[in-house]
Design a protein around this ligand. Structure first.
Ligand code: AMP
Ligand code: MG
Length: 526
């Protein structure tokens, strides 16, 4: 079932600024899609309209990927565009093609939380383009049957953070859900104070979470569990079908992608903040941007979520938590394992086999992290002592609270031959002697490399970003947006589209957090 363009949007198409490409390719309930799994998995309902929606931000690249021109959002059709992506009923939604909220469960802060689900998000359907199929979802569209005590809304503040960070992560090369647009409304939303509502359009190949599997496992719905696993395998990991046990192969796939994602996060100093199992993507995407943060002055145990009083999701713990979450996923998949095994003693064998697969996490994570750290240090050859060298740097950074992003970025400036060009990185350390001692080791190691300084610097600059979404940058854009000036959101998106490039006109975006940002706190409130 595909939607027919409304009159307003047809007019826009005639003006060669068209949503036609998008509207005509959104499909709901296509064979093989999540929606086709049926009513056990989702509830169809319309969005709750918001008054007078307006455009806050749009990602031109994402619009292009979906097959339409982002200029539409700022054309004569701006009002229709904003209404459409707010989920307002600007067009006739066929009864069988309403958007849907999905059911999932999960472990939150290590405790079984029971049923959760899309409490404030609705998925439109899929866009198929150039062999890629992307699901399009609106977050903040009002209450659903899974809202529990929540109001179904998202505030502008957290929507700006999610929008900017998902696009920033994409440009850093880190797997993530994407964001197309933010639509705002002056609808008041109560958090610690009264804020205003916003709706983010999120885009991903799939929004399936570990928690979706836990949901059907915890309810003893093995057929639904199998249907979900089959959906993920058929669509994303068809090679798993060739394995002796396709579902163990699916677990293995989740181990790999999660391990890779953890190495990526650690490599840029990204803290997710709420690594509950319902916030873990089965595809290994970064998903659900809430109280995330990039580490500034390095503290290995940095906690970015003010609500995380125990530090469960501290920077240093993320890879371990990823593993813990994978155990929850493995547990949920147990009823599917072992069809290839003889019935006699099957349940014991199943657990053994699953444990063996789980053991592979370290063989995926450690090499991924090591490769990342070597690249960050500009080392081409792999030598055993490299890990100790990297760890030692982290120790010195931690002791000095040296800025994560600037330390690695400025490391590229160091000369192989002598300390003449150490200053840009050395000056980030209060204890200069500790840095110097490390630099001696680093230079000894560099002496074993064949690349010259320029070639090494060039390679390092492709893995050590110059621009990341520091909290104070997002905060500045949020403060301006409260006064309806959205230009800083657009500017930040522009900066973060090229995180590895020198952008001299944007030099100020590399600055350390100003004093006023010292006590910025981000919590689960979003
Ligand atoms: P989160 O902490 O954002 O990952 O959310 C955990 C669960 O709470 C998910 O099921 C969300 O959909 C739901 N949720 C969070 N905020 C709201 C809200 N304002 N209204 C309804 N549900 C919400
Ligand atoms: Mg969530």
């Amino acid at each position: 079932m595909s939607f027919s363009p409304s009159n307003a949007l047809r007019a826009a198409r005639d003006a060669a600024l068209s949503m036609d490409g998008l509207a005509s390719t959104i499909h709901v309930g296509e064979a093989g899609s999540f929606a086709a799994l049926g009513p056990a998995f989702l509830t169809r309902l319309p969005a709750t309209p918001v008054p007078d929606p307006y455009l806050v931000a749009i990602s031109h690249e994402m619009a292009e990927s979906l097959g339409f021109d982002a200029e539409l959002a700022e054309s004569d059709e701006a009002a229709a565009f904003a209404a459409y992506f707010a989920g307002n009923p600007t067009r006739e939604w066929p009864a069988d093609a309403l958007p849907y909220a999905t059911a999932y469960s999960g472990h939150q802060f290590g405790v079984w939380a029971g049923q959760l689900g899309d409490g404030r998000a609705l998925t439109f359907g899929e866009v198929q383009r150039n062999a890629a199929r992307l699901e399009v979802q609106l977050k903040g569209t009002g209450r659903t049957p899974y809202s529990r005590m929540g109001d179904g809304r998202a505030v502008l503040r957290s929507s700006i953070r999610e929008f900017l960070c998902s696009e920033a992560m994409h440009h850093l090369g880190i797997p993530t859900t994407r964001a197309l647009a933010i639509i705002g409304s002056d609808l008041p939303v109560r958090r610690e104070s009264i804020e205003t509502a916003a709706i983010v359009t999120r885009v991903a190949p799939s929004f399936v979470r570990f928690g979706h599997f836990e949901h059907f496992y915890s309810n003893d719905r093995t057929n639904d569990l199998r249907a979900l696993a089959d959906h993920v395998i058929d669509r994303f990991y068809p090679h798993c079908r060739e394995a002796d046990d396709p579902y163990l192969a699916l677990l293995d796939q989740a181990l790999r992608t999660t391990a890779d994602l953890m190495a990526e996060w650690q490599g840029v100093g990204f803290c997710h903040g709420v690594m509950n199992t319902d916030n873990m993507s089965i595809l290994g995407l970064t998903i659900d941007y809430g109280p995330f943060g990039f580490v500034n002055g390095f503290n290995a145990h940095h906690i970015c979520n003010h609500s995380d009083t125990q530090g469960r999701y501290a920077y240093s713990r993320q890879p371990q938590v990823g593993y813990w979450n994978l155990f929850c996923l493995a547990q949920a998949l147990v009823p599917l394992f072992g069809n290839n095994l003889p019935e006699e003693g099957r349940s014991e064998r199943v657990v053994e086999e699953a444990q063996k697969v789980m053991e592979r996490y370290k063989t995926y994570f450690a090499p991924a992290l090591e490769a990342k750290m070597r690249a960050k240090l500009g080392l081409e050859v792999a030598r055993e002592e490299d890990i100790a060298l990297a760890n030692n740097l982290f120790e010195v950074m931690h002791a000095n609270r040296a800025d994560f992003t600037l330390t690695f970025r400025n490391l590229a400036k160091i000369a192989k031959a002598d300390s003449s060009r150490d200053a840009p990185v050395r000056d980030l350390f209060l204890d200069r002697a500790a840095f110097d001692a490390w630099a001696v080791r680093y230079r000894e190691r560099l002496a074993q490399e064949t690349r010259d300084d320029d070639a090494r610097a060039e390679a390092m600059n492709r893995v050590n970003p110059k621009y990341v979404l520091r909290n104070h940058l997002a905060e500045q854009a949020i403060r301006q947006a409260a006064g309806k000036d959205f230009s800083e959101v657009a500017r930040l998106l522009d900066v973060l589209r090229h995180p590895y490039d020198e952008q001299p006109h944007y030099e100020a975006y590399t600055d350390l957090p100003p004093d006023w940002a010292g006590d910025l706190e981000v919590s689960c409130s979003s």
